[in-house]
Design a protein around this ligand. Structure first.
Ligand SMILES: Nc1ncnc2c1ncn2[C@@H]1O[C@H](COP(=O)(O)OP(=O)(O)OP(=O)(O)O)[C@@H](O)[C@H]1O
Ligand SMILES: [Mg+2]
Length: 272
């Protein structure tokens, strides 16, 4: 399937990488998880991926992140075929992925230190900047167990942002926080993304979340999964969740996504 380029996305940004999947196929033994998955995401676009539970969203994200290989087809990040984790990408997982024995500061600094992200002073400046950006200043010396789930999720986001990735891969990052915290995190992510415009691939079960955040929504079918629709989200930015929810386009897009998920036989698709 060809791509629909999101108008809000400024293509070709130096600090954002495009993503292209060409006829990607993935099997786990006898199980065909991904079948002929094809799309392209322009540099700087925010794309959400919706689909029924177990259809292969995480597998697709892991494949783009180079954490798992594919059996056929190819994936290009920044125009280059990947063969392992692309240096442009950083991943935010659902379960925060923080190291419990490290402080928030050290968790955020971890990726930078591993990647050799500059002098000690430069690393410190960058870590403080991103901790501040996600509103965690004052908690640098706390351990993950000493802060709330929402704060841990912010720390996970800061850690991914601190390496200043050209591609941010997020797998249901807000699924385990309460609704109010999620709304706050959405607005924070919108603010951060609207400023920097890195490419984001955001996996979610929530149609509402996908509409609020994205330039474009990819809907996947039940497995063997393929992308059955690419829906542009024509809502101007800057956006804030509460405003977006009140727009007539929001209700229309919501219906359209539900129809597509239903048509794919996805009765069990999680509701927002
Ligand atoms: N390492 C693996 N080995 C074998 N099967 C796997 C492996 N990883 C995933 N699967 C299977 O592949 C299918 C897709 O899994 P995946 O986690 O990608 O789905 P998902 O869309 O992310 O699901 P959810 O919405 O529940 O997170 C499932 O049937 C799963 O059991
Ligand atoms: Mg998953």
């Amino acid at each position: 399937m060809g791509s629909t380029v999101a108008e809000a996305a400024p293509p070709g940004r130096a600090h954002a990488a495009s993503v292209e999947c060409r006829n990607v196929e993935k099997w786990f033994g006898e199980l065909n998880v991904l079948a002929d998955v094809a799309f392209s995401i322009p540099a700087g676009a925010f794309v959400s991926v919706l689909g029924p539970s177990g259809c292969g969203k995480t597998t697709l994200m892991r494949a783009i992140g180079g954490l798992t290989g594919v059996d056929d087809g190819e994936i290009l990040v920044g125009g280059r075929r990947i063969d392992g984790p692309p240096p442009e990408a950083a991943i935010v997982f659902q379960q925060f992925g923080l190291m419990p024995w490290k402080t928030i500061y050290d968790n955020v600094a971890f990726g930078l230190t591993v990647r050799g992200g500059g002098s000690k002073r430069e690393i410190e400046e960058r870590v403080r900047h991103y901790i501040d950006l996600v509103h965690l200043s004052g908690f640098e010396h706390s351990y993950p167990y000493q802060v709330s789930g929402g704060m841990q999720q912010r720390a996970g986001l800061a850690r991914a942002l601190a390496v200043e990735p050209q591609l941010l891969l997020m797998d249901e990052p807000f699924a385990s926080v309460d609704a109010m915290t999620r709304e706050i995190l959405h607005d924070e992510l919108l603010g951060i993304w609207e400023r920097d415009r890195r490419t984001v691939v955001f996996i979610t079960h929530s149609i509402d979340e996908a509409i609020v955040l994205s330039d474009e929504i990819f809907v996947m079918s039940r497995s063997p999964a393929t992308v059955v629709a690419q829906i542009p989200v024509d809502i101007p930015r800057p956006r804030r969740e509460r405003t977006v929810r009140g727009l007539p386009q929001f209700a229309e897009l919501r219906e359209r996504c539900w129809d597509l998920l239903d048509r794919g036989g996805a009765e069990e698709a999680a509701r927002s």
